[in-house]
Design a protein around this ligand. Sequence first.
Ligand SMILES: Cc1ncc(COP(=O)(O)O)c(C=O)c1O
Length: 385
Amino acid sequence: MSLNEVLQSIPPSASLNLMAKVRDLKEKGEDIIGLAGGEPDFDTPDKIRFRGMQSIAEGNTHYAVGIGVLPLRERIAQKLREENGIECEASQIVVTPGGKYAIYLAVRALINSGEKVMILNPAWVSYAPIVQAAGGIPVHVTLKYEENYIITEELLENAYVEGTKLLILNYPNNPTGKILSESEADAIEAFVKRHSLYIISDEVYERIVYDGKKTISVGSRKEIADRVITVNGFSKSVAMTGWRLGYLCAPKDTMKPVSILHSHTVTGVCTFIQDAAIVALDCTDEIKAMRKIYEERRNAFIGALNRIPGVTAEYPEGAFYAWVKMEMDGMDSFQMAEYLLEKAGVVGVPGASYGSGGENCLRFSFANSMDELMEAVKRIDAAMR
Ligand SMILES: Cc1ncc(COP(=O)(O)O)c(C=O)c1O
């Protein structure tokens, strides 16, 4: 009997694979600097951990049936109204086991089998597989490195095909580190209105933005608000990757399929984790402190990378990745990543894992100690020479 053909055709996540490879090599005693993962190197702030433990001690270990406990959904809705300008109520918030699952839930709820979904290329490695797993067809919109990956209405229009239902956005962007500008948001708004598309706006790196800049949530745009599902989470912003906690905010008329699928697949997110999440939403100082450290590392890492011959890296506006263009001497980005692993013991993610728009680049995470980053630069420099 044949198994699910679509799922068998989807490759595993490149960054998760590399994280596992780094772990295995380190266990074998190899001297490896792993800069492939998308994980903060900070521990979850104490207040959050204590609230989680306290909640377990209070006996909150039963099913939290439904789309999320009300105090958390109310607090998330308040955050989205006050910080993101998204008009919403607690009834539109769904708490999920991670932002990744929120994206799957949203895609699954919005599209029918065979419908098309536009994904900007380069893009985070899981969007296309999620769309395929939901029965959809990814349509890749290639943004250009030379044009700083700027989105224009013309570009979107040229990539549009009949039968498209949804556009997935991700700002601050993984892997490029770009945030959305007002003019890009204008272009997206006009395009989406013209074709009556839905948007999933993945904002999981929202709290990690540098130089005092601020991201735009397209869900705050009144004329398209009823077509936008905003996704966010706690993994990156408050270093809670292992807790598996995210959420989405959906227009009222899309809530039915979203909550039906949630109830039949998740039942409800872990009770005491939801209690801890309420505290996490108030960790403004802790988040600021982490961001300051990321920013110092960004400045030092990008500055040092640019001093290596054949290497160019822009300063990312957000997230914690260096998106690095490298002269690869005839190699593709997979071969280049392999070369750096062998010659330098440094692991980065091949740019082509993020789509054809990522060829000639590698992604290195700077959610690592300054010492490791500086040692990595030294080794890459030697390997490039
Ligand atoms: C762009 C983007 N979206 C979503 C996620 C999912 O994060 P999580 O499921 O840990 O909340 C990630 C994680 O790497 C990501 O990089």
